[in-house]
Design a protein. Structure first.
Length: 255
């Protein structure tokens, strides 16, 4: 009888312990969920929100985004998948100097109503879509849409592409357009006939990290040129250029 009572009491104790342990698990889950989203101030009226689960960083405020991003939370390298830019941000040119910290790997999003910036796919553009400001770092085959006329400095900073195709509408390339890409090996870049001079000068770091090969058509022939460390890419001659997919197929077979 006493043995039965001991067994019964032990069972009650185990049951009570399990009941008290169950509610404690729920607040812990809620805390973890809340911790996946953080927010704070950058100063100068700008705010940030970091959603770790989705890898989304949002920057909002009026005017230029501050150069000092030290108030952002600690984000692992490559952790930002999507960068959302608020509707009242007027200038993103300063971002080219800080994209090492916050450049997205997949996409830009510009909030509706922004009169200065726009986004499409992996690219961040001027509001009229005529100037490419920056491109997401993790896109393997970059195809810039028709209508883009200029590509700004360090547009492909930290990118790891296999290829880059520029549309026929492009007429201007900044000398630093292709500077400081990531360590991705040889990159085939298709240049439209409208571009006569690339102006790019490869640094030693560029040659070590990646080697850009520029493909273009002149005088009915497909040609390839590149830059050694410290040298400008040679001037391109005028001529006919076929469909860029033909060039891309050819470049991949030779790289």
């Amino acid at each position: 009888m006493k043995k039965s009572i001991k067994i019964f009491v032990s069972a009650l104790l185990l049951a009570s312990m399990s009941l008290t342990a169950v509610p404690a698990a729920f607040p812990a889950a809620e805390t973890a969920s809340a911790a996946s989203t953080e927010s704070g101030s950058l100063g100068s009226g700008f705010k940030w929100k970091w959603e770790a689960d989705s890898g989304t960083l949002t920057l909002t405020g009026r005017g230029e985004i501050p150069e000092n991003l030290s108030r952002l939370p600690e984000i692992p390298e490559g952790g930002v998948k999507t960068l959302v830019i608020g509707k009242n941000v007027t200038d993103a040119s300063v971002l080219t100097s800080v994209f090492q910290e916050i450049k997205p790997t997949e996409a830009f999003i510009v909030e509706e109503g922004n009169q200065y910036l726009s986004a499409s796919g992996g690219g961040l553009y001027s509001a009229d879509g005529k100037t490419l400001i920056s491109y997401a770092a993790g896109v393997p085959d970059i195809v810039i849409p028709d209508g883009v006329e200029a590509v700004g400095p360090y547009a492909f900073l930290d990118c790891l592409p296999d290829s880059i195709i520029l549309p026929e509408s492009v007429t201007a390339l900044d000398p630093d357009t292709f500077s400081a890409m990531g360590e991705c090996g040889p990159v085939g870049i298709v240049i439209p006939e409208s571009v006569e001079s690339i102006g790019y000068r490869a640094s030693k770091a560029d040659v070590y990290m990646f080697q850009p090969f520029f493909f273009y058509m002149r005088e009915g022939e497909m040609r390839c040129t590149w830059s050694s460390a410290g040298d400008h890419v040679p001037m391109l001659r005028r001529g006919h250029r076929p469909h860029p997919l033909h060039l891309l197929h050819h470049q991949r077979g030779n790289l």
